[in-house]
Each structure stands twice: as C-alpha cells, then as structure tokens.
Design a protein around this ligand. Structure first.
Ligand code: ATP
Length: 284
C-alpha cells in the first residue's frame, strides 16, 4: 500500500532553533498515526508541515504525490479537499458571523457541491457527527465546546477527505466529551476509511485511537511503532517516562481497545539509533 502522506527527512527551524529535525513519517490509507511528546517537541509544527501551511527547510512533504504547500487555491482544490484539518480550538477557526451550518455548507460550496444539495448534505453531516440538524442555525457563540468540535469535524468531513490532520482535537474538552468525540472519530474512520494524523499529548486518547504512534522529543522521533506495542513494551527511556507520567488511563485504554480492524503493519518498533547518550528527563 502506498503512503497517502509522506514526510521524508523533514527539518524546520525557527530563529535557528530546530522545531523539527530529520523526521520521516508516513500515513497510509485508513491508518491513524499519532504524534506524541512533551510541549514544544514539534508535534504542531509537523502537523502544519503535513498540511502545507509551512514549508520545510530540508526534506520533502507529499500528499498523494503532491507538495501540499504548493497546491493552488482553485486548480488544486480537489486535492486540497482530500486533506483536511480539525484544530484544537474550533471557536477560533469558525467564523463567528456564520451559522454553524453555513460553515459546513461553505466547505461544500468550495468543493463544488451544487447549491440545491448543500442543505441536505449539511443536515446529513450534522447527523453523522451526532448533532441535531437544528443546531445548524446556531452561531458558534451559541454552541458548547463539544458541539463546536463536532461542527469542525463535520466541516472537515464535508469534502470526503482521505486524510484528516487533528491537532489536539480533544484537549479543550472535558473528559466525557473527549471520549464521545474520540468514539465518533473512530466510528467515522470505520465507516469512511479516512486516515488520521493525530497530534496529542494525551496518551490515553492515543492508546484508544491510533494504530501507530511516533514519540517526539525536541523535534526528533525517538521511537515509533504500533500503539499497543509501544505502550506495553516501550524501548526508549523517554517513552517510558512519558508513559509513567500519564497515569493508569493509558493501560485501561489499551485493555479496552479492539485491534480487530487495524490495518496490516509491521509489528516492530523503531528507536532512534543515535539516542543512547540522550539524558532522559521526566516529562512535565
Ligand atoms: N511560528 C513559530 N515561531 C517561532 N517558534 C515556533 C513557531 N512554531 C513553533 N515554534 C517553536 O518550535 C518548537 C516546537 O513547537 P510545536 O508547537 O511544534 O511543539 P508542540 O509539541 O506542538 O507543543 P505543544 O504541545 O505545546 O503545542 C517550540 O520550541 C516552539 O516554541
């Protein structure tokens, strides 16, 4: 199976300080790949590189064989439609002057869904994400954080994406709402075969959701592998420290999760070869 998204030896610095250093990763169709690590480890920078919102200083990024940072607004909108984003704070990303249904209909319009079909498609998307279609008439300020995040998911799914990049999609929500949103994303994944690049510092969410996980530390991947193997037998001391700091939720999630539908992947984990001299710090 070829990769949908591939980042090849990608590096990005800000003011000469590396945010991401020599990272290679790929996401295949239907696969969910998580990026975990402490604050400042480079997760969001990798998400932005994947979306083409920033360009790497070195290395290459391809989505379906194209550089996402060079997609043209009109000519390449069909490719753009297949690469979508669910941000951490939907309140900031949804236009406060648009009703929530209009935000979804706007995405449909941008991807050439005929006007006469947009209302029905919007209502259908609202239902898919577990929102009553009547909520489409509300403005963002009239919705709760969990409802807004569902609108953001509906908007991302409006164009039938092959890959959705989620940057801490549940971190602004309370635990119950987080769980419901993760269940929803997993259910949509089963139904639509959408792949996810899932940025999170919440290892319980990752244990529940991701097929594969990459552990980042100061911009580098220190370990990667199938989520259940990584968290049950972490090879790198930094991964162990992250796990120790995360509490019992992660073990519980691993027990709960079903691996029946996971795509075929290698079972081995990979640790960074030159990391033996790294001092392991307790994650904060
Ligand atoms: N636009 C920017 N300008 C300057 N420095 C940046 C910028 N974006 C990221 N950085 C720096 O790059 C490093 C990685 O940041 P990044 O946001 O990717 O980490 P993160 O793992 O997503 O952190 P968090 O979990 O806190 O969101 C940090 O040192 C950060 O300060």
């Amino acid at each position: 199976m070829t990769a949908l998204l591939r980042l090849d030896a990608v590096s990005k610095s800000y003011a000469h300080r590396p945010a991401v250093a020599d990272v290679t990763l790929e996401v295949r169709a239907g696969e969910s790949v998580a990026l975990v690590g402490e604050s400042g480890s480079g997760k969001s920078t990798l998400a932005r590189l994947a979306l083409g919102l920033v360009r790497p200083d070195a290395g290459s990024v391809t989505f379906e064989g194209r550089d996402p940072s060079r997609l043209r607004a009109r000519a390449d909108r069909d490719v753009r439609a297949r690469l979508q984003f669910v941000p951490q704070h939907p309140r900031g990303s949804l236009n406060p002057a648009l009703r929530s249904g209009e935000a979804v209909a706007f995405a449909l319009r941008a991807h050439r869904v005929p006007r006469r079909e947009r209302a029905d498609r919007t209502a259908e998307l609202f239902r898919q994400v577990g929102l009553a279609p009547e909520l489409a008439r509300r403005f963002p300020r009239e919705l709760s954080g969990g409802q807004l995040q569902r609108v953001a998911v509906a908007r991302a799914l409006a164009t039938g994406p092959a890959l959705v990049v989620c940057d801490e999609p549940t971190s602004a929500l309370d635990r119950d709402t987080q769980e419901r949103l993760l269940d929803l994303l997993a259910e949509l994944r089963e139904r639509t075969g959408t792949a996810y690049l899932f940025v999170s510092h919440d290892l319980a969410a990752v244990a529940r959701f991701a097929h594969r996980t990459l552990v980042l530390r100061t911009g580098r991947v220190v370990e990667e592998g199938r989520t259940e193997h990584l968290w049950t037998a972490p090879a790198h001391p930094y991964t162990r420290a992250l796990l120790d700091a995360s509490g019992p939720h992660v073990a519980l999630r691993l027990l709960e999760r079903s691996t029946e539908h996971l795509p075929e992947r290698s079972t081995e984990t990979r640790t960074e070869p030159n990391d033996a001299n790294h001092r392991t710090e307790e994650p904060t």
